[in-house]
Design a protein around this ligand. Structure first.
Ligand code: NAI
Length: 337
């Protein structure tokens, strides 16, 4: 029997290419994982008629850990996002997105080291939308004390465990005085329990400007679901783009690891995607599984492979394919075994 059993969701677009790369890399590092493969989103609809099949939910509930490729969500039509469904059904209330500059990756700034914590279950993502009358629509932003306090508390605990010094809460409470007002008020209350961590707040528009001018001013950001979605893509742009930024959806019982990026339809199926973001996400997963030695070895190998500079994928200014980059990385990992 394998040491770990993990649900694998290849996803669609570049998903199957980057998840395949991550599986090969983990295998090369010698971590004993049995992968339980399941479809979600468009591919699941084609096969099973639903975007999140029961068999997938059962698999994650049993294994407690999943590695996931991106899934297409159609704009303005179609089924509810499978990503949102998974996060809500499994109560994955934290979306953790570490954003860090890596030597060899061309980027606008040096020494960015930012932890983004996005609330993952409510806000405008509850999907409560309606047509009030022809030409008049509304969407409801739901902010609750329960969901806000648990994600904010999680962030403070993370800061303590990981020796982070400052948390910035990002909001728009000057306009959304009640909903974002509650989010901010809960932050201020919880912050009193953590006097060792500096707590400050910023309005999302000012934060965006300050972040692109000098990201080193920030340590950890905590955001609601919508602002967290937008600001984490912006932050990815500070360190070389979506090809290198990992993520994790974490709840009290389950964790689903996935990159920040989407299905990249413009390069899907062309062997051009950068698998680094999903491989970094799988390192967060290996640490979650207690496989620290393998995670450290893969991390060092990626940093070295990227620093060599001659084998970068196209998004980083190179000419390598997904497979060539992965092969190079695997050689590096094997040379360290
Ligand atoms: P996207 O992240 O797929 O692509 C944005 C740009 O970044 C594109 O130019 C793409 O080629 C590039 N890019 C993204 N990942 C890359 C990688 N690993 N290597 C090289 N280049 C990469 O965002 P977009 O186009 O807004 O969304 C496409 C689809 O993905 C939509 O259906 C969206 O709903 C879905 N999506 C799914 C997510 C998930 O499953 N967690 C997250 C974000 C979007």
């Amino acid at each position: 029997m394998a040491k770990h059993k993990v649900t694998l969701i290849p996803g669609d677009g570049i998903g199957p290419e980057v998840t395949e790369a991550a599986v090969r890399v983990i295998d090369a590092a010698g971590v004993d994982i049995e992968w339980d493969r399941h479809e979600a989103g468009i591919t699941a609809i084609q096969e099973h008629g639903v975007s999140v099949p029961d068999a997938l939910m059962d698999s994650i509930r049993q294994n407690r850990v999943a590695l996931k490729g991106p899934i297409t969500t159609l704009v303005g039509k179609g089924f509810k996002s499978a990503n949102v469904t998974l996060r809500q059904k499994l109560d994955l209330y934290v979306n953790l997105r570490p954003v860090k500059t890596i030597g060899g990756v061309p980027s606008r700034f040096e020494k960015v080291d930012l932890i983004i914590v996005r609330e993952n279950t409510e806000d405008l993502y509850t999907g409560i939308e309606s047509v009030i009358s022809p030409g008049v629509t509304s969407a409801t932003k739901v902010i609750t004390e329960r969901a806000s306090s648990r994600v904010i508390r999680w962030a403070f605990e993370y800061a303590r465990k990981n020796k982070r010094k400052k948390i910035t809460l990002v909001h728009k409470a000057n306009i959304m005085k009640i909903s974002d007002g509650l989010f901010l008020q809960i932050f201020e209350n919880v912050a009193k329990e953590y006097p060792d961590i500096i707590a400050e707040d910023k309005i999302v528009d000012a934060l965006s400007m300050k972040l692109v001018m000098d990201p080193s001013k920030f340590d950890m950001l905590v955001l609601g679901n919508l602002f967290g979605d937008i600001v984490s893509d912006l932050a990815a742009g500070l360190v070389g783009g979506l090809g290198v930024v990992p993520g994790a959806n974490i709840g009290d019982e389950y964790a689903v690891f996935e990159a920040v990026h989407g299905t990249a339809p413009d390069i899907a199926g062309k062997n051009l995607a950068n698998p680094t973001a999903l491989i970094f996400s799988s390192l967060l997963m290996l640490r979650h599984l207690g496989e620290h030695e393998a995670a450290n070895r893969i991390w060092k190998s990626i940093v070295l492979t990227l620093a060599m500079g001659h084998n970068l994928t196209r998004d980083l200014g190179g000419t390598c394919t997904t497979t060539e980059f992965t092969d190079e990385l695997i050689n590096e990992i094997k040379s360290r075994s």
